[in-house]
Write a protein that binds this ligand. Sequence first.
Ligand code: PEP
Ligand code: MG
Length: 569
Amino acid sequence: MLKGIAASQGIAIAKVYKLVQPELVIERKEAVAEEEVAKFEAALEKTKSDIELIKERASGKLSEAELEIFDAHLMMANDPELSGQIIDMIKNENCNAEYAVDSVANMMVAMFESMDNDYFKERAADVKDVTFRMKCNVVGAVVPDLTTINERVVIVAEDLTPSDTSQLDKKYTVGFATQIGGRTSHSAIMARSLEIPAVVGIPGLLDAVNHGDEIILDAIEGEVILNPTAEQVAEYTEKMKKFNDDKEALKVLLHSKSVTKDGHEVELAANIGTPKDVQGVIDNGGEGVGLYRTEFLYMNSETDFPSEEEQFEAYKTVLENMNGKKVVVRTLDIGGDKKLKYFTFDPEMNPFLGYRAIRLCLDRTDIFRTQLRALIRASVYGKLCIMFPMIATINEFNNAKAIFEEEKAKLIAEGVAVSDKIEVGMMVEIPAAAVLADQFAKVADFFSIGTNDLIQYSMAADRMSEKVSYLYQPLNPSILRLIKMTIDGAHKEGKWTGMCGEMAGDPMAVPVLLGLGLDEFSMSATSILPARKLITEMSLSDAKALAEEALAKNTAEEVSELVKKAINK
Ligand code: PEP
Ligand code: MG
C-alpha cells in the first residue's frame, strides 16, 4: 500500500493509465538511406493519422478553439518543407531517421524561438509536439494522450497540469494519483471541482506502478493499493457504496439555508474553474459562486490571450446560469505554477513570489483592461463581484480599481449597458494584506481570504512540495489570528468577508471560521452539503466560544483537539 494526501474524496477501482512521456535517447548512427527514408515516411503517415484520430476523439469534448491546435499540428505534419529537410538530411548524411528528425526539429525550434513574435514562438511549440510524435513513431515508442482514453481508468502521473486536468473525461477517468503535489496544488483543486477522486503527493508512485495494473484508489484515507486481492476489491466496493450512500443522504439539505441552531445565517458558495462547473454548483446546493478562477480560460487558450468577446461569453454564461445569485470573479491569476502556452515568463528563482497575478496585470494593463471590459459588459446578466488576486499594498488595490473605473466609464460613454451594482473587492492571501485589513476595508467592497496562498506565505512553505506539506496548517493559531484580523477589519467598515481557499470547506475548520464571524464560505461544490450539515447542527454562541479558545492555543494540534471535542458534543 502506498500513502499520499487525499485531495478529492471518493473511491475508485480500475486499471492504471500511466501518463508518462517516453524518454527518447537519440544518437547519430550510420544507416542505409533508403531504409531510413522508408521508416521516416511510415512514421510520418502514422503521425498524421494519430493527430486526426486524437482530433476526432476530442471533438465534442473540447471547444472549437481548443480543437484548432490539432489543425495547426496537422498543417505542420503536412508541411513539405519540414519532411523535405528531414529526407535530405538522411540521404546526404546516411544517418538514422530519428536523428534526422531530431536535428531538423532542433534547428526549426531554435529559428522560431529566436523570432521576437508570439505567433512564431507558438510555432516552435507546434514543431516540438509534432516532431516528438514523429520520433516516437520512428522508434516505436507510445505517446500517451488523455483524449484517447476510452475505458474506465485511474490516471497515474508525476503531476497533472491544470490543462491536462481540465480535459479529463469523467466518464472514463474515475480517479487519479500523482507523485507530487499537496491538497492545494491546482491539480487537486481541479479534481475536486470535477468530483474525481484523487490522491496526490505519493512518494515512489511512478516506480511502483505499471500501465495496466489493477488499482484501488482510496481518496478518503489517501491510500493506493496495487493489484488488490479479491477480498480487497470486495471490501473497497462496499466502502465505495457507503461513501455514495452517505453522499446521497445529504441531499435533503440541498435547498435549505445554512443557518445555525440559534439563527445565524452564512452563505455557502462554490469555487469554479470553467462555466461548465456551474451545473455542479447547482446540483450541490451552492448559494453562489465565491471564486471563479478565470485563469483556466487563459490556460486552455492555445495560441493567444482569449479575446474580449470570448471572455464576455464565458462570464455571461456563468452569471446567467447562476440565475441572479452572487458570482465572484477573480481577475487573471497567472504565474506561479500556472503558465500559458503563448506567453513566456522570464525565469525567476521563486515564481510563487514573483511576477504573477495582479503584479502582471498592473504591468500589462492591455491584458487587464480586456478582461475588465468583458466583465463589466457581462455585469448586466447577474450579480457580479470582481476581485483582484495577490494584493499586497493599498496602492496596488487603488491602481487596479482605478483601471476598472476607467474601463467602466469608457463603456458607459460608448453607450454599453453596465450594472451600477458591481462590487469590487480583493483576495487576502498575502499576510501584509491581512495585517492591514482595517485600512484595506476602507477601499475594498469585500474580502475573500485565499488560505492556500495565505498559509503558504505565512509559513514560508511551498504549497507544491509534499516534503513541507506538514506546514500546511489551517488550524495553526497564527493563521487563525490573521483570519480574525481580516474579518474584524472588514466588519468595522461594514464590509463582508468570504474565504475561497480550501480551508473554507474543511470540516475541522468550519466551526472555528463560523465563530470568527466569516460571512461567506466558498469551497469545492462537493463540500457544500457536508458543511451545511455541520453548520445547521451548531450554535453561533458555541462556535464563538470555540474560536476564542482556539486563538489562545499554541499549536494546530491543540486547536484540532478542541474542534474534535466541540463537534462530538
Ligand atoms: C488561495 O490562494 O487560497 C486561492 C483560493 O487561490 P488559488 O488556490 O487559485 O491560488
Ligand atoms: Mg491564491
